[in-house]
Design a protein around this ligand. Structure first.
Ligand code: NAI
Length: 376
């Protein structure tokens, strides 16, 4: 039977809303049953109805949606929170406390304390709180994780990752309100680019290696001087198991487009994946030749095969990576285990790493403990 799905944020013209709708609806697991899609109540109601939501479930805001849904027999099984960052905590907490499963956009919260609170509430409620680290759901990223797990590159020595684009590199556009808020502490919190993009890369490093980030040393720069928060960051990190990590994230790298890639180097081999060529992994065994592994080819792990839908060599991009998060969520809601699903623990770890990097950057790159206090 189909599950009922609701969405908060992701209104008309939003950046991430369409990827959630394409993703959630791709595999027939969910029906879009309710929504509070926009900060403008009338626009949100109208847009939800245009997407097929019944008028009485096209809500003006999330509190109205919570009140309306909690009493229904056919209430939503899952709610996605795709609003701006500062609202994630209160919406996610309220829906978990009311007994709904939640998929929250990243960053899950604005502070470490809020992150710990979400972890506690999720554990207490017994409900799933997933966080949309959707890049980890690309089939070939799953393949890399499986290659590490099965020892194909030996013990991992080093992870090098970049999430650097150039879309905020035009100083003449720095005062555009759609750009400016990202570097304003009142709106964005303690970190700009690292909290926005760097945490995807950091999560990916942990996801593939199976190691957690323990300490960080950071250098932050505001290369456009009117910006209070960083638009460029270099973060060194050390992981459980001794893995060494290097991460560069930037929004002023003009000419780079999406700019997310990761290389994992082990004792007996190395591999590379890039979000702009997500169907391939470049793998080199020590002393051997570089091989290009292709999504959809024979011999891939069961997880990589399971999460690939279209035939080999056909592009299968971002919305279907998001769809993979929803596939695993649907399975988890139905009581089946899924070990690849990014959860509130991951959202909390990211926030602890953000605060540690900010502290480090203010202390000339001193090494700082990046583990959430509740996991130490
Ligand atoms: P956006 O500004 O393009 O859209 C935000 C949407 O939320 C708009 O439709 C707005 O009307 C609505 N909204 C704002 N406040 C609301 C409220 N209180 N109740 C209901 N709706 C409300 O923002 P964008 O880029 O779509 O980002 C949203 C979230 O998704 C952010 O947390 C961002 O970090 C995250 N994101 C994640 C990505 C990923 O790769 N996982 C990629 C892009 C964004």
């Amino acid at each position: 039977m189909k599950l009922n799905w609701g969405m908060i944020g992701g209104g008309e013209g939003s950046q991430i809303g369409p990827a959630h709708r394409l993703g959630a609806l791709a595999d027939g697991n969910f029906t879009l049953a309710a929504g509070a899609l926009d900060h403008d109540a009338a626009k949100g109601r109208a847009y939800a109805q245009s997407l097929g939501v019944a008028p009485d479930r096209a809500y003006g805001d999330w509190r109205e949606m919570l009140a309306g849904e909690r009493g229904r027999d056919d209430r939503i099984d899952l709610v996605t929170v795709a609003t701006p960052n500062a609202t994630h905590f209160e919406i996610t907490k309220a829906f978990l406390e009311a007994g709904f499963h939640v998929l929250c956009e990243k960053p899950m919260t604005m502070t470490v304390e809020e992150g710990e609170e979400i972890v506690r509430v999720a554990r207490g409620s017994g409900k799933i709180c997933a966080v949309n680290y959707c890049y980890s759901a690309y089939p070939m990223v799953r393949e890399m994780r499986e290659m590490v797990r099965s020892g194909q590159i030996g013990r991992v020595r080093l992870v090098v990752t970049n999430f650097s684009h150039g879309h905020h590199g035009d100083a003449t556009d720095a005062d555009n309100p759609r750009v400016r808020w990202r570097y304003d502490p009142a709106m964005a919190g303690v970190s700009g680019q690292f909290a926005d993009c760097g945490i995807h890369a950091l999560h990916m490093a942990s996801f593939i290696t199976g190691d957690q980030v323990e300490t960080v040393s950071a250098d932050f720069a505001s290369t456009i001087s009117s910006r209070v928060l960083e638009d460029d960051a270099m973060v060194n990190f050390r992981m459980s198991g001794g893995t060494v990590g290097r991460l560069w994230t930037s929004s002023v790298a003009i000419g780079r487009q999406h700019g997310f890639d990761i290389q994992v180097f082990g004792e007996t081999g190395g591999m590379r994946w890039a979000s702009e060529q997500p169907n391939q992994v470049y793998y080199t065994p020590v002393g051997g030749r570089t091989q290009i592994m292709e999504k959809g080819e024979a011999g891939l792990s069961s997880d990589a095969a399971r999460l690939s839908r279209v035939a080999i060599a056909h592009p299968e991009g971002f919305p279907l990576a998001v769809a993979n998060i929803y596939v695993d969520l649907a399975a988890a809601i139905r009581g089946e285990g899924r070990d690849g699903l990014p959860l509130a623990d991951d959202g909390l770890r990211s926030m602890a790493a953000v605060y540690a990097a900010v502290t480090s950057a203010k202390s000339a790159g001193a090494w700082v403990d990046a583990r959430p206090p509740m996991f130490r």
